[in-house]
Unconditional design. Structure first.
Length: 362
């Protein structure tokens, strides 16, 4: 699995429409709050042209793409952190994700109601973020109380956790997201198990239409995102749903007319990979070509473990071929002849596009 992305936002901002667009499914879409109560889940292959180019050379029996799991979570409302609108249940669904796609409505349409009767993207973001902050504050408080019981037993691990959690509480009580708190890697590791909502990498999905008013709302959103160092992904959700019903020529003409350069799925996947700092390596042969997403900065032993724990336990070495070299020379024997195959040990840092063959012994 590449990563798990939760789609959140207020009711009636286009979350289920976006989910249908991304997964080409048919989840419920309706003009009333809480149309989606149980989260819809869709697993989508990550489009990577490199794997297709490798397949043309190797003609494998099987191709396995990396995948992204989209979770369409019901609309949150003010008071969600206190259980309003089944909020606690929905917030728990978000905790299980790696990244958040926060959908914001940036268009007016009298036929689609807004829960607060007025289109104000910045206010909508603040409402959702406030609920995430309150939920994290509550979790901080409860966890500290639990850990304080262990301090009596002089548990150093508990003391360290309490120190970091108090640092988080002081930040949250001023209604700041934890993504803006200066936490080092050790501190993040200490609290990682709690899956804080406001620490999750977030992209703002701006649901726009072709009207000029959308440009104004989008510009306001960009201003806010720039202050937060956040990512904005504008999409024409309803227009792109129409695209799914068209043939190839009609799609190209339609995209040109509305200046749609890249479809939403690819934009969101690319943004998600950047947010989570992911790269892709490949295993390739006649039986199977497979794409493996992995954290940038991972070593060959970590990549081996991702495939199978036996690979890392009995690791001997890794044979590395660069993607560009494989495309150029088209055969392993030619690559070896040209001196382009590298033999690396456990500490080699995986590069995006590496084609790896692991040698191991159990």
């Amino acid at each position: 699995m590449g990563f798990k992305c939760g789609i959140i936002g207020l009711p009636n901002v286009g979350k289920s429409t976006l989910f249908n667009l991304l997964t080409k499914s048919n989840s419920a879409v309706a003009n009333f709050p809480f149309c989606t109560i149980k989260p819809n889940v869709g697993i989508v292959p990550v489009v990577d042209k490199r794997i297709d180019h490798l397949a043309k050379i190797l003609s494998p029996k099987k191709i396995i793409h990396a995948a992204i799991e989209f979770i369409d979570i019901a609309g949150l409302v003010k008071g969600a952190s206190q259980g309003e609108g089944l909020g606690n249940q929905f917030l728990n669904n978000i905790r299980e994700t790696h990244a958040i796609a926060h959908v914001i409505r940036c268009f007016k349409n009298d036929n689609i109601t807004h829960i607060y009767n007025k289109i104000e993207p910045i206010r909508d973001i603040d409402i959702i973020n406030t609920e995430l902050i309150l939920s994290d504050f509550d979790l901080c408080e409860k966890t500290i109380l639990q850990l304080q019981k262990k301090i009596i037993l002089k548990n150093k691990d508990a003391e360290k956790k309490i120190y970091v959690l108090q640092k988080c509480m002081n930040h949250l009580k001023n209604f700041h997201m934890l993504t803006n708190l200066d936490l080092n890697q050790d501190e993040k590791k200490v609290i990682n198990y709690l899956n804080f909502l406001t620490l999750k990498p977030t992209m703002y999905i701006a649901n726009v239409n072709e009207e000029k008013e959308s440009d104004y709302f989008l510009n306001e959103l960009y201003k806010k995102a720039n202050k937060e160092n956040a990512t904005v992904v504008p999409i024409y959700a309803n227009l792109e749903l129409d695209l799914l019903k068209m043939n190839y020529e009609e799609q190209n003409s339609f995209m040109e007319a509305f200046n749609i350069k890249i479809l939403s799925l690819q934009k969101i996947i690319s943004s998600g990979y950047q947010l989570l700092n992911l790269i892709t390596f490949f295993t390739a042969g006649k039986k199977e070509i497979r794409a493996w997403p992995i954290l940038n900065g991972s070593t060959s032993i970590q990549a081996a473990h991702k495939i199978h724990s036996d690979f890392s336990k009995g690791f001997i070495r890794a044979q590395i071929i660069k993607y560009v070299d494989f495309i150029k020379y088209k055969s392993e024997s030619k690559i070896k002849e040209m001196g382009k195959m590298k033999i690396e040990g456990k500490e080699y840092y995986i590069q995006d596009g590496d084609i790896i063959h692991f040698l191991f012994n159990i």
